[in-house]
Design a protein around this ligand. Structure first.
Ligand SMILES: [Zn+2]
Length: 249
């Protein structure tokens, strides 16, 4: 299986652009909308920050749902979380993101939401096993953070959570939600959809009485390859689908 997958991921000549070129604001708005479709859809809950080269952060506004965002809705924050550009407010829960960006210079994107299947495992305080290839697209430990007191508004709690995440790629926040970090928007998209897929598959396997997880060595090999190099054409295909549905400008 792994050999076949590696052949699938071998570089192929690009014939034409697969998606329009996107500004960072457009990428962030599309990331929110794509993840909404993947199950990151708890009404207006959740926030994504995208760090810019000058240290400012692009962020989705507090007032809007993830599936309705356009370029003009994205706000800009300074390093203290104050809105310096845009027409909307920032969530008071932004402290978690500020603390992670401060601790993790390798991270450009921080995602928090209460995803449909991620929250089932966060509420059960269990890490879902990897049952299939799509669930294995990202390797690395899922940290279970249980020092959390239901909100992320307080700066101290945000700092504790950022420290508990350590150098990990993702975490389940007990009785609360999910947390994902990434080096760029493409990697963030892959990690977030893989986490939700993995949580959904594992939930369904348990619902029919259980199954056999993928051997750990295989899962880790698949995850290291795909998460490191990226899944070719995936982001662009999902962007095209979303742009057909609803304009970005
Ligand atoms: Zn939350």
């Amino acid at each position: 299986m792994t050999k076949d997958l590696m052949q699938e991921l071998a570089p192929v000549p690009r014939i034409e652009p697969l998606a329009p070129s996107l500004t960072p604001r457009a990428e962030l708005a599309l990331l929110c909308r794509l993840l909404f479709a993947e199950g990151y859809d708890d009404h207006i809950a959740g926030h994504i920050t995208l760090k810019q080269p000058d240290g400012t952060l692009l962020c989705n506004p507090w007032e809007l749902a993830w599936d309705e965002l356009r370029v003009r809705d994205i706000i800009t924050l300074d390093a203290n979380g104050k809105v310096i550009e845009g027409h909307w407010n920032v969530t008071p829960a932004i402290n978690l993101h500020l603390e992670i960006h401060a601790l993790r210079p390798d991270v450009q994107v921080v995602i928090h939401n209460h995803s449909r299947y991620g929250n089932i495992w966060a509420n059960a305080r269990r890490v879902p096993p990897v049952y299939d290839q799509t669930s294995a697209q990202v390797d690395g430990e899922i940290v279970l953070i249980d020092e959390y007191n239901a909100t992320v508004n307080d700066r101290t709690e945000g700092a504790n959570c950022a420290r508990a995440l350590g150098n990990a790629k993702w975490a389940l926040l007990a009785n609360h939600g999910v947390l994902i970090v990434a080096r760029d928007v493409r990697q963030a998209h892959l990690r977030a959809l893989t986490l939700e897929w993995r949580c959904r598959q594992a939930w369904m396997v348990e619902a029919i009485g259980g199954g056999h997880p993928m051997p750990e060595v295989i899962a880790n090999r698949v995850g290291a390859m795909i998460d490191g190099a990226g899944f070719p054409f995936l982001w662009e295909a999902m962007v095209r689908r979303e742009l057909r549905r609803y304009p970005i400008e």
